[in-house]
Design a binder for this molecule. Sequence first.
Ligand code: CAA
Length: 257
Amino acid sequence: MSQAVLTEIHGKVGLIRINRPEAMNALNDAVVDGIAAAVDAFEADENIGCIVLTGNDKAFAAGADIGVMKDFDYMQAYRTDFITRNWERIKTARKPVIAAVAGFALGGGCEMAMMCDMIYAADSAKFGQPEIKLGTLPGAGGTQRLPRAVGKAKAMDLCLTGRFMDAAEAEQSGLVARVIPADRLLDETLKAAQTIAGYSLPVAMMIKESINRAYESSLNEGLLFERRVFHASFGLEDQKEGMAAFVEKRKPAFRNR
Ligand code: CAA
């Protein structure tokens, strides 16, 4: 049997590929456990500064595996803590994570992409939360993250009609950071990830943590958090190096401390 998740290392970037092409990369335990294990490994690897999660040309992931879910009863879903147990590992990653989405990102696939720090989309990408067509609702954060990304009106429209949104609309509405021609998606995403991984890792982590704070707190609390982390950055060797390099007109050599 082929592995449900493949990993590769490109320089300082850890790449995770969802690999169930026969099922449009539907997310079953093998896939989600594989993603969680890969995130664990890349988080622990000192040489990795950024993580990329991707699928294939046809699908990032077409949702949670419907064949597996269809016979769940309430107690099974509750007792196994379906979704929370392993899906949320992406959310707790401290290193930056980019979703590179080509083809379908539907249901849990769209939600998994939204758990990443940002989404780069191929022009072939299609996003949607079609759970309503199956008699259920988004259960991996779609009703919460989608309105934060695209606003209430479009989130309601997508979740209540089950329609798909193309890459252009996704970019226009703020769900994706960039749209890239499909044949360049992975190269461009890896290039951006290498750029991020070339900076000071603790600084990238501080930026990620501070931006995520914007979703959890009032403006003044968020500003206070940012200010304190900004102050803390003056305790880093990398801040001394970055600013000295600018003044000395040379490239900085960050050492992640
Ligand atoms: N679960 C299990 N299998 C899936 C799947 C899923 N979510 N999505 C696709 N597949 C399987 C199909 O059953 C099919 O398998 P067989 O060849 O064995 O029949 C194979 O992938 C190819 O799919 P299609 O033949 O349907 O391909 P298509 O090009 O005609 O359509 C598609 C592609 C529009 C993505 C369509 O497959 C589809 O609508 N998939 C379901 C999307 C969906 O409803 N996702 C939400 C799931 S619920 C959820 O995710 C809950 C949550 O919030 C966590």
